[in-house]
Design a protein around this ligand. Sequence first.
Ligand code: FPP
Length: 248
Amino acid sequence: MKNKVQGMSTYKDKIDLTRVPTHIAIIMDGNGRWAKERGFDRIWGHQQGVVSVREITEAAAEINIKYLTLYAFSTENWERPQSEVDALMELLIDTIESETPSLNKNNVRLMAIGDLSRLPKKATEKLQHSLDQTSKNSGLSLILALSYSSRWEITNALKNICKDVSTGKYGIDEINDELVREHLTTKSIPDPDLLIRTSGELRISNFLLWQIAYTELYFTSTHWPAFRKESFYEAVYDFQQRERRYGK
Ligand code: FPP
């Protein structure tokens, strides 16, 4: 049965399922503001944000998106008050643990990008367990960007390329786009077709700077905890109305 709201067709109905984006990346913003506007503390906003994470993962799987990358924790987020960092880490651990069976049931493969060595030991362990348990799944790949920043990633790639040059693995003239790509944490993942940022800020905040060279950008004022399936489908529909020329 088709999903109808008050007799109107929904954005999901309008999506052309034969040409959905392969990879959607999302900057999940506005948990704190959403909670404050309702008189609650920021942590509650993050908890409600987890509900959106679950909904959007489901929504992406339903229309056969292959890769969904979520900016869950940036390098800069380590500078937040310790109580908030602790709460986010705890939420992350709990969510990964409780959602892993459901990821498996839905054939979702969990992946992670970022400086994972900075995560607390318990978080790394739970994460690794879930990565291992879901590694054979062939449906949606859900990529969590954790302790991630693009400048960290590019700097790291540069260091590794310099090491390879110094040991003679290849020469400077052999460095090209493809070689840089292979040194990024996203090396096995195609570039995003669509980048969504919630909560009204019009910036990229150190997220996938190399990878979004030709990505379509979509900004919405909706805060992340209020961003649910229809909001996601609206963004995909908006994307499908655009013409991509890749600079040609
Ligand atoms: C932005 O809201 C959100 C974050 C910094 C973290 C997002 C984390 C979650 C949704 C929960 C954990 C994620 C997973 C994948 C289990 P903000 O705090 O920047 O809000 P504000 O801009 O209104 O202050």
